[in-house]
Design a protein around this ligand. Structure first.
Ligand SMILES: *Cc1c(COP(=O)(O)O)cnc(C)c1O
Length: 425
């Protein structure tokens, strides 16, 4: 058992002044039990807590840390940026450079605007879709998470699934009445919505690689169906690539599936660990945004120069290190080792590149409703033992693991052994 007295003391202080002791609910470890661990620093693949315990990090700050902690090139760029000023509240060259890089790498993206979180990115993209189409309704899928904007907090996946709340209190029904919910992999329901009110549907919003209720890999035909039906009814298709963008390849899911959405959203990796989100798409659509058009959207710290620098340095390092090739190799080796270690138990290692999910059930689910509670509980009850053995997994069975370029095959192999051993106990 690791010594966690320091974390315990910090948590006691935290609950006094922070609701639940945390700034984002899943961090409280409610699903897995025990007190949360307070971290002091990260280095490469490792996290160090306030008691000096070291953990192999497979949560990677929920996705952003594709290069691991404190990549020297990113740290150097950020330090340099900080010394030039933390914020100007003006346009800066760095945001233009990052926007140029992103729009060059992601084909359907002509223009992009920066915000400070994935939540803001999706909220703004939906507003653009509604402003552009002059329609109110959107379709979202059960299990997809798009941040915590009021009207998107319906059947929204992990954080909420972890707490057993399908939606959030504090959101008036009136605010979600334009949000139509369908199951993933369900053409019929989507078709029904379009038959009924197709000319009032502004957009279909989806995570093309749904990674917020486990990892629910979709049939390409389903994504193509969504593209076709939105075109037919002149609605927009919004791909929320906050996780998949710059994680599964330069062009994200868009490139992987060869489907061009009208709008896309980004976050996580593009900030390299700093608060950054972005949304963009076709110029004609994005031009409804102020100051060019009537759709308002703004931010005091949007495109913050330090955050933009972290993002730019991260993407440049991904390029110079040929990261996606390396990540595919690491992810595939990790998958193989997990399969070995968990052989003979109900398990599916679901993986897209460096996103890996332990589906502890016989069949890999494709819809949120197909995720079996027993598997989630098995994960949750082994979490503390795995943590004590020095492997930091996301603290809920609904969450995915992220492999980064700093991981080695050997480290992942050892982690697989720890995970396998503890899960089988
Ligand atoms: C994390 C996430 C968001 C929200 O991003 P925040 O930066 O946490 O606000 C939105 N969409 C998806 C797909 C995400 O995974």
């Amino acid at each position: 058992m690791a010594d966690c007295d320091g974390s315990k003391r910090w948590f006691e202080r935290a609950v006094n002044v922070v609701p639940g002791g945390v700034s984002s609910p899943v961090r409280a470890f409610h699903a897995v039990g025990g007190d949360p661990v307070f971290m002091e620093r990260g280095e490469g693949v490792h996290l160090y807590d306030v008691d000096g315990n070291r953990y192999l990090d497979l949560c990677s700050s929920w996705g952003p840390l594709i290069l691991g902690h404190c990549h020297p090139d990113v740290v150097a760029a950020v330090n340099d940026a900080v010394s030039h000023g933390m914020s100007f509240g003006t346009a800066t060259p760095t945001e233009v450079e990052l926007a140029e890089m992103i729009t060059e790498k992601v084909k359907p993206l002509e223009t992009v605007r920066f915000v400070s979180s994935g939540t803001e990115a999706v909220m703004s993209a939906v507003r653009v879709a509604r402003g552009y189409t002059k329609r109110d309704k959107i379709i979202k899928f059960d299990g997809c998470y798009h941040g915590h904007a009021d009207h998107l907090l319906v059947k929204a996946g992990s954080g909420l699934a972890t707490f057993g709340t399908p939606s959030s209190s504090g959101v008036p029904d009136d605010f979600t009445k334009h949000t139509l919910i369908a199951e993933l992999d369900d053409e019929e329901t989507v078709q029904k919505y379009f038959d009924k009110c197709g000319d009032d549907i502004a957009a279909v919003l989806m995570e093309p690689i749904p990674a917020n209720s486990g990892l629910l890999i979709q049939r390409p035909e389903f994504l193509r169906f969504l593209r076709a039906i939105t075109l037919k009814y002149e609605s927009l298709l919004i791909f929320d690539e906050v996780i998949s963008g710059f994680r599964v390849g330069w062009g994200g899911a868009t490139e992987m599936y060869e489907i061009e959405p009208d709008l896309m959203t980004f976050g996580k990796v593009i900030g390299g660990g700093m608060p950054v989100g972005a949304f963009g798409g076709k110029r004609e659509i994005m031009d409804v945004l102020a100051p060019n058009g009537p759709v308002y959207q703004a931010g005091t710290l949007s495109a913050n120069p330090v955050a933009m620098t972290a993002g730019l340095a991260t993407l440049r390092t991904i390029e110079s290190e040929d990261a996606f090739v390396k990540l595919e190799k690491l992810g595939s080796a990790f998958e193989a080792r997990l399969n070995e270690e968990l052989a003979g138990t109900p398990v599916n290692i679901v993986r897209v590149g460096s996103i890996v999910w332990l589906a502890l059930q016989q069949n890999a689910p494709i819809r949120a409703s197909q995720i079996e509670k027993a598997g989630i509980e098995r994960y949750n009850s082994a979490h503390r033992a795995i943590l004590d053995a020095g492997v930091y997994l996301p603290p809920s069975g609904y969450e995915v693991m992220f492999v980064g370029t700093a991981h080695s095959e050997e480290q992942l192999s050892k982690a697989a052994e720890v995970i396998g051993t503890k899960l089988k106990m």
